[in-house]
Design a protein around this ligand. Structure first.
Ligand code: GLN
Length: 467
């Protein structure tokens, strides 16, 4: 009830698209009954959680923040949602995002932008310039899972699901002072997650501390017959040891991540964190990931190509929005998509179809796949040379004022904002944002740790040490 009342009080954040109050209260009642009857409880019994609105939820509207899916009520739960419910979690609602998870600000959904709770925090209010103190001033959450981040940061729930294709969980986690975890590709099922880039999408986890992430991951990880890319035998249970001997670790610092656009405050925290590891006896070395600079361009070719194919299902016939124009099948498709999708989605469909044209396929799609292979190999070389974990910034800067952010278009912004997070999705590796400090502006700053594939437990253990 406290969480529900906080959801109402913080409505101005626009974190939720749907609040499933009745569902949550009913689940809470059942949970209480189990507790009182002394029955065995699930790992998440009675715990309020939120889910990004691109995961299918049985009987609850799932919109992807798009006109195309307004009013669409899936008949089944995404595997991850079902797993949470099976462990007794309470579903508080579905959270806001950029339309179809395309973006890095949570400003591009049809239900309007998400506001960062830190905009109104005491720490930030005291330090931000006087002349900005009017109603038009607020900070973005980052994205695309900004609603989930705001929901956890505003204490309306204890954890939330996001999705992460290029950084959509880690980026808003960094801007909202949360742990944002992207598991190894294949560890957690994507069944019921409405796809953006199938070969890179993973469900992500937002929590306020690493221990909570481990509990969530323990519930979520595992093989799913409905997602053939999930692995058969993940290490379970995921438990974080209370003691960690850092001195056995080798921490890699990728030199390509030191870019001129990186804020000096984040750069200095990054080097302080490296020093901290070193002072505890860890080996800290500079490493090279030479193909990093091609990652964003390569991502856009692969992403838009997959989008062109994925969005074909939204034809006005099977589900979602249907235009009134029905002079021909083509006209119906065209009108439905024009009315249903925003500019960003339509732009990506067009680009993707261009890259997939017979005369362009070799030059763009196949080349991008080759470049992806080089990016993956960069990571493999570093880990093969003995590095256990990479330490990098998560974002270039702290959360930006909304008015500044919207000066650039969606594509330019994604290109800038995802530079430290996106290469990880190319390689399917696990990575986590760890909140480490508050900036001079009183805003959260996070650093990213990247681990070896399927070494999620080791990664979270190191993250807990840094936390
Ligand atoms: N910013 C990237 C995009 O717009 C990544 C989004 C994501 O991770 N879902 O595609």
């Amino acid at each position: 009830r406290k969480c529900l009342s906080l959801i109402k009080k913080t409505k101005y954040l626009n974190a939720y698209i749907t609040v499933s109050e009745e569902v949550a209260l009913k689940q809470a009642e059942e949970s209480e009954k189990r507790y009182k009857a002394g029955q065995s409880l699930g790992d998440l019994d009675g715990i309020p959680l939120a889910v990004k609105d691109n995961f299918s939820t049985s009987g609850i509207e799932t919109t992807c923040a798009s006109n195309m899916l307004k009013g669409y009520v899936p008949p089944y739960n995404a595997t991850v949602v079902q797993k949470l419910l099976d462990q007794g979690a309470l579903l508080m609602g579905k959270t806001n995002l950029d339309e179809f998870a395309m973006g890095s600000g949570s400003t591009d959904g049809v239900f309007g932008p998400v506001k960062n709770p830190w905009s109104y925090s005491k720490q930030h209010r005291e330090r931000r310039p006087q002349d900005e103190r009017d109603g038009s001033y607020w900070l973005i959450t980052g994205g695309s899972s900004g609603g989930s981040a705001a929901a956890v940061a505003a204490f309306t729930c204890f954890a939330a699901l996001g999705s992460d294709t290029g950084g959509s969980t880690r980026n808003p986690a960094a801007h909202c002072g949360l742990v944002g975890f992207k598991p190894t590709y294949g560890l957690v099922s994507r069944h019921g997650l409405i796809p953006l880039v199938n070969s890179m999408d993973v469900p992500g986890i937002f929590t306020r501390c690493i221990d909570d992430t481990a509990i969530m991951l323990d519930v979520l990880a595992g093989h799913d017959p409905k997602d053939s890319t999930t692995v058969q035998d993940p290490i379970k249970p995921f438990r974080i040891p209370s003691e960690m001997d850092v001195s056995r670790l080798c921490i890699g610092i990728p030199k390509e991540y030191l870019v001129p656009e990186l804020s000096s405050e984040i750069r200095s925290l990054w080097s302080q964190a490296a020093d901290l590891f070193e002072s505890e006896g860890a080996k800290v070395i500079e490493v090279s990931l030479p193909h990093t600079c091609y990652s964003i361009v390569c991502y856009h070719v692969l992403c838009t190509s997959e989008v062109a194919s994925n969005m074909a299902r939204f034809d006005g016939l099977q589900y979602g929005h249907r235009s009134g124009t029905d002079v021909s099948t083509e006209a119906l498709y065209a009108a439905t998509r024009r009315e249903g999708f925003n500019d960003v989605v339509r732009g990506r469909i067009l680009s993707g179809n261009f890259f997939l044209l017979k005369e362009n396929y070799e030059n763009y799609f196949i080349k991008a796949q080759k470049v992806r292979r080089l990016i993956v190999r960069d990571f493999m070389n570093v880990f093969d040379s003995g590095v256990d974990v990479l330490l990098t910034p998560t974002t270039l800067s702290e959360a930006m004022p909304h008015l500044e952010f919207v000066k650039e278009d969606n594509r330019t912004r994604s290109a800038q904002d995802d530079i430290f997070t996106q290469p990880v999705n190319m390689a399917g590796l696990p990575a986590v944002n760890v909140p480490v400090a508050l900036s001079n502006q009183g805003l959260p700053i996070g650093l990213q740790l990247i681990g070896r594939a399927f070494c999620d437990q080791q990664l979270l253990t190191v993250a807990k040490w840094l936390e």
